[in-house]
Design a binder for this molecule. Structure first.
Ligand code: ZN
Length: 159
């Protein structure tokens, strides 16, 4: 790190501290040239681009809007607010970038969207799952649906 005072091209770190729950590293530095002390903050920079690997091996840049559109489509005519879906899409994005990898398989995103919709609206989940998720066989699909229905029975007093 260059000294901001004399422009000496190196500095000694005299103290390192993690702030904001580890998201930012604060360093006290000293310039060996002029003795100037200064503080730098390093923010963990997440990858700017995340590539989605499709089943056929093609890659495309991850696009949160695309995730959101899929969720909006699944929730069409259901009592789910856009805000709820936007929040869900943002958490999926955060989680994906938080993994710190450059590429993720499209199936992972599909699973995350499915899981998220399961929490939001069961009808939306089933719609999404029947289109995007590969249930290995019909039996799997039926089991999944009956699990949801049992849950619905149990949680009727919610409404
Ligand atoms: Zn200096």
């Amino acid at each position: 790190m260059r000294c901001p005072k004399c422009n000496y091209e190196d500095s000694r770190v005299i103290e390192t501290r993690s702030v904001e729950n580890g998201g930012v590293i604060r360093r006290r530095r000293e310039c060996p040239g002029c003795g100037n002390r200064f503080t730098t903050y390093e923010r963990l920079e997440r990858n700017k681009v995340l590539l989605v690997v499709k089943k056929d091996g093609r890659r495309e840049v991850f696009d949160k809007q695309k995730v959101l559109r899929g969720m909006v489509r699944a929730c069409e005519k259901l009592p789910v607010s856009l805000e709820t879906l936007e929040n869900a899409a943002s958490s999926i994005e955060e989680e994906l970038f938080g993994m710190g990898v450059g590429e993720v398989p499209s199936s992972l995103i599909g699973d995350m969207v499915a899981n998220s919709l399961k929490e939001i609206d069961h009808v939306a989940y089933v719609r999404f799952a029947s289109v995007y998720r590969e249930f290995t066989d019909l039996q799997n699909f039926i089991e999944e649906i009956s699990k949801l229905l049992r849950k619905e029975e149990g949680g009727k007093d919610r409404q």
